[in-house]
Ligand binder design. Structure first.
Ligand code: FAD
Length: 587
């Protein structure tokens, strides 16, 4: 007789799931801000697309991203007959994600031609909204998508008509099967941050050039069209001696170009996407723009990618926050839902604040970029300084937010079948590629020193603050003073040359926090007037208290105030301006 086995115990407190959630519908902050930043007609037309992508994040896209992460691309250097093949085999899950990004949502082409049924290129705010949503499932693929977008922009700006005629149609193709993808090969073993050390050479060959050298980090390694930095023979030293070249994967006659993918990198994150090492063996390439302005011209592509990186980091933080809120609202410990425990509330507010700062400044910068593209000088200057500022601080914050959100899920957060572990792995890359944190913080100082961009930013933010209705006067004065101090710190640090470099990150962080507090306060005032919700004013106050004025580690927490803040901010209910007005006074 067999002994009956005891029934398996089923958990009464299982891990909460966000599966099935629509990540656009659930993002009330994003929806409110779109009402401020995206014109109504664009918003009405594009909201169904946001809604559709938000549903995919909670469902199919999440599955694909998880599968692609576990099945990284494979390099086949030869075919079975022994001929050089150099083929990157991508997992079908990755290819299906490509279909969504490049095909269905037209994300790489939407800034350069009509897309998504809209008669003209899509507003930058809408483009970055789609990237922000997509990144909540998949980060890696957005690198090729963004490089294709920014390469196209750079070509349109600098390439001659014959190159545009040859390559633009494929880069902008509506049909996914025939669409080309882009990449950027700059980095060499001795030339990463210090691009001026580039040794790849370009030798003239009739109206084309031949490239020789080794590129050490090449994401989207098998891209169809690549921009490469190389030093023309006899070119000067440093970045001034560098030219920018368009190198196609296939030559105009259809034969493979003369370069090899030597191996693929075994990466911590973005495992779905192929980053490789490439040897250039006399590859044919065509000059883009002026021969001695290669570095300046590639900066256009790098800057676009930097902004996209910040937006993706903002998306990863939002996903982390959604997961953390879902867990803490639905999981119990010590007889309570986690969200009702004071210390958990404190941690959740710490996840929420950088997430909201990032969203506000990303959308604000998308508008600045649009103004810049329309020729507005304030837009150009603001875009110049905000791009490295966001890349530096938002990507840095994402590493912490994703890590802390992982802890909110407890042990399961560390297990790869939940998304938190992948978010932690992916988020770290944002701070390294396209310029490390040190390099982007130094670029903030460069923008101040060479273009006085900090002065233009202050002028615009001060004007916005002065024009906003409903910000209590005491808080307005406090914000204005903090903005002045941050801008002055950037100015002094930038003027101090090599000595000032030591303070670059401190100054950039101060400017990021002051700028985000002002932007959030202005948004909060507008939303209080429009929808009766002053929550972003309260968030601006928290930025001031926690990021700009708190310094004493022995200061006791004002527990009643924090409990009230948590009750307001951890729910989606509107907060009337009258209720937070007292809170906005100086403590
Ligand atoms: C997964 C992945 C994919 C990539 N894809 C691409 C790609 O597609 N195309 C491409 O061109 N590159 C790519 N890169 C390369 C990436 O942009 C570089 O790794 C990055 O710019 C840093 O360069 P480096 O690795 O040579 O580090 P280094 O330049 O050697 O930097 C090392 C450290 O020194 C610091 N440092 C450098 N200069 C200063 C300074 N003046 N002051 C203070 N600190 C400083 C840096 O902040 C960093 O912490 C990729 C990298 C990775 C990891």
């Amino acid at each position: 007789m067999t002994t009956p086995s005891p029934p398996r115990r089923v958990s009464t407190n299982p891990q909460p799931e966000t599966r099935g959630m629509n990540f656009f519908d659930a993002d009330t902050a994003l929806q409110s801000l779109l009402s401020l930043y995206l014109p109504a007609a664009d918003r009405d037309h594009l909201t169904p697309h946001f809604h559709k992508l938000g549903a995919l994040v909670g469902d199919r896209l999440d599955d694909l991203a998880c599968t692609a992460d576990r099945n990284p691309p494979v390099l086949h250097v030869r075919n079975r007959q022994g001929h050089d093949a150099d083929r990157v085999e991508k997992h079908p899950a990755y290819v299906e994600m490509e279909r969504f990004a490049f095909g269905e949502f037209e994300m790489s082409a939407m800034s350069h031609r009509p897309a998504l049924g809209w008669p003209e290129p899509i507003h930058h705010v809408a483009k970055y909204t789609l990237q922000y949503l997509f990144a909540q499932s998949e980060f890696g693929l957005l690198c090729p998508m963004s490089m294709t977008d920014s390469l196209t922009r750079t070509l349109i700006r600098y390439a001659d008509q014959s190159l545009l005629d040859r390559y633009l149609p494929a880069l902008l193709a509506e049909d996914f099967e025939s669409a080309a993808q882009g990449a950027m090969f700059m980095t060499e073993q001795d030339a990463g941050s210090d691009v001026g050390e580039t040794v790849t050479t370009a030798v003239r060959d009739g109206d084309a050039w031949r490239l020789f050298g080794d590129k050490w980090f090449c994401s989207n390694a098998d891209a169809d069209v690549v921009l490469v930095l190389a030093r023309p023979e006899g070119g000067g030293e440093g970045t001034r001696g560098l030219g920018l070249f368009l190198m196609p994967r296939l030559l105009p006659d259809g034969s493979p170009n003369r370069y090899r993918i030597v191996r693929l990198k075994d990466k911590l994150g973005t495992r779905s996407m192929a980053s490789g090492e490439i040897t250039l063996e006399g590859a044919s390439a065509w000059l883009v723009g002026d021969l001695d302005r290669g570095f300046v011209q590639i900066a256009e592509m790098v800057n676009q990618s930097r902004l996209s990186n910040a937006v993706r980091a903002a998306g990863m933080m939002r996903r982390s926050l959604h997961e953390a809120l879902c867990v803490s609202r639905n999981r119990k410990a010590f007889g309570s839902n986690l969200i009702d425990l004071p210390l958990m509330q404190r941690q959740l507010l710490k996840l929420l604040l950088p997430t909201e700062q990032a969203l506000s400044l990303c959308l604000f910068t998308a508008v600045a970029l649009r103004r810049a593209d329309e020729g507005d000088e304030t837009g150009m200057k603001m875009r110049r300084i905000l791009t490295p500022l966001l890349k530096f601080r938002v990507c840095r914050d994402a590493r912490k937010v994703t890590g802390d959100a992982m802890e909110v899920r407890g042990g399961c957060g560390y297990i790869e079948e939940w998304i938190e572990a992948r978010l932690v792995r992916d988020s770290h890359l944002g701070s390294i590629w396209e310029g490390t944190s040190n390099i982007t913080a130094l670029d903030v100082l460069r923008a101040a020193k060479r273009e006085e961009a900090h002065v233009w930013l202050r002028k615009e933010l001060s004007a916005n603050l002065a024009a906003a209705h409903g910000i209590p006067e005491e808080f307005r004065v406090e914000l204005s003073g903090l903005l002045d101090r941050a801008v002055d710190l950037v100015a002094r640090t930038a003027a101090a040359g090599r000595t000032g470099e030591r303070s670059a990150r401190q100054a950039a962080s101060a400017l990021f926090h002051a700028a985000s507090a002002v932007v959030m306060a202005v948004e909060g005032a507008a939303l209080a007037e429009e929808k009766g919700d002053a929550r972003r004013l309260l968030m601006a106050k928290l930025v001031v208290e926690q990021k700009l004025t708190a310094s004493d580690p022995f200061m006791e927490i004002d527990v009643d105030t924090e409990a009230a803040d948590a009750e307001w901010l951890l729910s989606d209910a509107s907060i009337p301006l009258g209720d937070v007005s007292t809170r906005l006074k100086k403590r």
